[in-house]
Design a protein around this ligand. Sequence first.
Ligand SMILES: *Cc1c(COP(=O)(O)O)cnc(C)c1O
Length: 387
Amino acid sequence: MNDVELKQGYFGEFGGSFVPPELKEVLDMLAEQFEKYKNDPEFMEEFKFYLKEFVGRENPLSFARNLTEEYGGAKIYLKREDLNHTGAHKINNVIGQILLAKRMGAKRIIAETGAGQHGVATATACSMFGMDCTIYMGKLDTERQALNVFRMELLGAKIVSVDKGQGRLKDAVDEALGDLVQNYENTFYLLGSAVGPHPFPTMVKHFQSVISEESKRQILEKEGKLPDAVIAVTGGGSNAIGAFAHYIDEPSVRLIGVEPDKAATLTHGVPGVIHGFKCLVLLDEDGNPQPTYSIAAGLDYPGIGPEHSYLKTSGRAEYHAVNKEEVLEAFQLLAKKEGIIPALESAHAVAYAKKLAPQLSKDQIIIINISGRGDKDVQQAFDMIKK
Ligand SMILES: *Cc1c(COP(=O)(O)O)cnc(C)c1O
C-alpha cells in the first residue's frame, strides 16, 4: 500500500510523537506490535472476517441517479459507510484496533469520546469481543450527550465523566492517556481518528483503507475506469484518508476533503503541535488552539490528521470549506432525492459535490464518501430547519 511516511510516523514535516517519555515508551511498543501484525495474513483475514460478519461489509457503491440529474454534470456514486453496523465508518477502525489489542494480550480497552460516536462504536465492539471497556468523556459532553452515555452503558461500558479543565474532549484525552501510562500492561488505548502521536494516524489509515480498497474494485467493475474525483468530509480525517488511500498513487484521481467553514483547519491552519503531533492547526493570536464550531459534532476539532496536512501542502489533495446553509441543503436534498438521510458530517461532502459536478462532463465520475447515517442528527436538523 502507498505510504508517504519518510521517517517513522512522519508525513513530510507533519506527524511525529511529541509526548512525555513514559508515554513515548508505551507508544513505541504499540508501533512495534502494529508493524508486526499489519501485514500478517492471518491477522488481516480475521479483520476481514469481522468486517463481513459483524460490520456487514462490503457495503455498496451506489449510483446516485437522481442526485446526478439534479446537480448536472459528472456521474455521482455514493460509498455507503452509513450502512455499516452502528451507522458510520468508525467501526472499521475499532474492529482493527481491538484485534490488535487482543494480540497484545490486553484485557481492557479505554477510549475518549466527544459527541459519543466513537465511544458507542468502541463499546459495541468491546461487547461482542468480551473486552472490559472504559470510555472517558468530558463532563460537559456527558450532559449534552446523555442518550449516547446511556447507549454505551447499555452496551456494557463504564463511562468516566471528566470535570478537569473545560470538561471537554481534550480533557478526556488527557485522562485516558494518564490511564494508559498507569495500566499499559493490560490496557489498550483505542483512538478514534487519524490524529494523535505515532503510530495512531498510520494505524487508523491502515484499518480505514478498506473503504477505498472496496470502492476502487467496485468502480472498476461498474465503470471500467477510475473515478475523476473522490470527495470526503474531514474532521480528524479518518474516513477521508480511508476513502483516499488506494487512490493516492493514481494521479488522475482528484482527492478532495471538505471541512466546515468555522473549523477550516486545512484551509486556514498553520503548522503547529497539538495533542502530541504536528499538523496544520487553527491558532488564535496567542498561539493557542482556536475554539471551533460545527453543526456536525464529529467535525469540531482545531487540528487535522498529519497525512492530510502533508497531502495539502504537497498539493496532492485539495481541501474546501462549506457553510452551514450549504450543508443543511445537501442533507435535505440527499434525503429527498436518494432516500438516504446522511450524517450532518457526510452532508459536507455532498454540499461540495454540488459545486464540482457541474464543472465536469457527463462521462466523468465522482465518488462521495457517505461516512455515516443521519438518524443521530434528525432532532438537531428538526430544530434548525423547523424553528
Ligand atoms: C466522527 C465522524 C466524522 C469525522 O471523523 P473523521 O475522523 O474525520 O472521519 C465524519 N462522519 C461521521 C459520520 C462521523 O461519525
